[in-house]
Design a protein around this ligand. Structure first.
Ligand code: PLP
Length: 396
């Protein structure tokens, strides 16, 4: 078929997560869905809060003409105002509606920001372990990815970021709470990254944005307040969504928020608004915009995710897995008991437990599991984790 060679090769190398998902479908067909324990996908399992349904019903009954037409490409003014107000309250930073535009999820927001920033051949630094889609998002906008590393606790390594930056670097992507590790980047780490970026800007006479991808910002279990990136670099822009905090992944609603301290923020927001239109998103979905404007302070039942994390962490560490305890999101990134993470994932698969090899996140030697699954799946997976660990330890 006449699809491009590039897409063909991206599909072939690209998605471990998708591959595991497809393996899962086959295994479920062979063994029965209730005997396969699929921890490979980050698809939120918790239902949206009740406020969502109330607002949805209100909109369904609203017969005001024009409700479903196009609106300004950046979104409804009242939605941007509601997001800015909630952000002011959450961060203490003086956001106004002109710093916010509504997007089709965090994925849409990332593509829009990258489109606004990159010229062909420009570079973007990502920090391993990273969300694999970044590689494609950067490529979509003509950029090149450079990979920096993290320490043993999965905090980004500032020295490694410094050496990944060149004269062509236009952005560094940070993602906290992190997919795949669940780790929250500390304020100290963010301050060091900010300093590294500022030093590089001065040394290379360039401007570099910190793009903070934060769809898990409200999924935090440790009582820590979220360390925002804005105070650490003036050129910071956030991409986020309500896919996870409101359980609305299918509704494709998110936003971009530029730093009120960035002197170039109006240009950035203009460019992003143009990119939102010309990438074909046009605008974020109207119904979802109207709903989230009214439920900015609601969330899914975050404590339910915390309980799942606690159960899984205590069971897996009891078995002997080495894990950096995650403080947020709904992932864990244990060390693979076999040096080859793909071989270990295959061992788990033979016991009908599906996870994703760390290789897919730029971090071989680990594997990712998602605990945004029902309790039956979590509990059912434990025997497989136990058996595979014993087999791996006997082999090595
Ligand atoms: C780190 C990260 N960024 C972005 C996204 C995309 O989120 P959305 O569904 O809001 O586009 C995801 C989804 O899993 C994610 O994990």
């Amino acid at each position: 078929m006449a699809i491009s060679k590039k897409i063909r090769s991206q599909i072939a190398q690209g998605s471990w997560i998708r591959r595991m998902f497809e393996e899962g479908i086959l295994l479920k067909r062979q063994h029965g869905a209730d005997r396969v324990f699929d921890l490979s996908l980050g698809n939120p399992v918790l239902e949206p809060p009740s406020e969502f349904r109330t607002e949805l019903l209100r909109i369904a009954r609203d017969e005001t003409p024009g409700t479903h037409r196009y609106m300004p490409n950046g979104g409804f003014p009242e939605t941007r105002a509601a997001v800015a107000a909630a952000l002011r309250e959450e961060s203490g930073i003086p956001f106004t509606p002109s710093e916010v535009i509504m997007t089709c999820g965090a994925g849409g927001a990332m593509n829009v920001i990258l489109k606004a920033l990159l010229d062909p051949g420009d570079e973007v630094v990502v920090i391993a372990p990273y969300f694999p889609e970044y590689v494609f998002y950067v490529d979509n906008q003509g950029g090149q990815v450079k990979v920096a590393g993290s320490d043993k606790g999965f905090q980004p390594d500032p020295a490694s970021i410094a050496s990944a930056i060149t004269g062509r670097t236009r952005a560094v992507i940070v993602n906290s709470p992190n997919n795949p590790t669940g780790v929250i980047y500390s304020k100290e780490t963010l301050a060091k990254i900010g300093q590294v970026v500022l030093d590089a800007e001065r040394r290379l006479a360039t401007e570099i944005y910190l793009i903070s991808d934060e769809p898990y910002r409200k999924l935090i279990y440790s009582g820590v307040s979220y360390p925002f990136v804005y105070p650490h670099h003036v050129r910071t822009v956030v991409a986020t969504s309500h896919s996870k905090d409101l359980g609305l992944a299918g509704e494709r609603i998110g936003y971009i928020a530029a730093n009120p301290a960035d002197p170039a923020r109006a240009d950035l927001i203009d460019a992003a608004t143009f990119a939102n239109r010309t990438l074909g998103f046009v605008n974020a979905p109207a119904i979802a915009q109207r709903i989230v404007a009214r439920i900015q302070r609601a969330t899914v039942d975050i404590d339910a995710y915390r309980k799942k994390r606690d159960f899984l962490y205590s069971e897996l560490t009891r078995i002997g897995y080495e894990i950096v305890k995650p403080d947020g999101a709904f992932y864990m990134f244990p060390r693979s008991p076999l040096p080859d993470d793909r071989a270990f994932v295959a061992l788990l698969q033979s016991r009908l437990v599906l996870v994703v090899p760390g290789t897919g996140f730029g971090a071989p030697g680990y594997f990712r599991l998602s605990y945004c699954v029902d309790d039956r799946t979590l509990e059912g997976a434990i025997a497989g984790f136990e058996g595979a660990f014993a087999e791996a330890t006997a082999r090595s």
